[in-house]
Design a protein around this ligand. Structure first.
Ligand SMILES: [Zn+2]
Length: 134
């Protein structure tokens, strides 16, 4: 998910829309019995801030599929995460702009990890207690 900022500049633009499909690592979802469905969809806009920084606004859409934590029925849910982040050349601990490019992969992985639900439930918010198995 690399965006070449030079290409945008060469077109005489200061911002550009982007769209990616990303095949995530399966272990990004650590909820038992639940899987992260491929691909994750990323749509957004990148804005140039001079030559050494860029600002990204994007929506990361991912789908989880698996057993509801409470009632154990199979369910599928979509999650939409809005993310805003600056990339810069001197951002030692953050998201780097290097060789006039930015790579969204780390940011996307971080957003999915941070927004992974603790409980995976049915669409309406399941309140059914887990089935007891004897
Ligand atoms: Zn449920």
């Amino acid at each position: 998910m690399v965006i070449n900022l030079k290409d945008i500049r060469l077109k005489g633009k200061t911002e550009e829309e982007f769209s990616f499909s990303y095949e995530p690592e399966k272990n990004l979802c650590d909820i038992p019995g639940v899987e992260l469905v491929s691909p994750v969809k990323i749509d957004g806009v990148v804005s140039l801030i001079g030559r050494t920084a860029a600002f990204v606004e994007m929506t990361v859409a991912f789908t989880l599929k698996g057993d509801c934590t409470f009632c154990l029925r199979e369910t599928t849910r979509e999650y939409f995460i809005d993310s805003e982040q600056e990339f810069s050349a001197d951002n030692e601990y953050g998201y780097l702009l290097q060789r006039d490019s930015i790579d969204l992969t780390k940011l996307v992985v971080d957003e999915i990890t941070l927004n992974m639900p603790i409980n995976f439930t049915c669409e309406s918010g399941c309140k059914t207690p887990p089935k007891m198995e004897f």
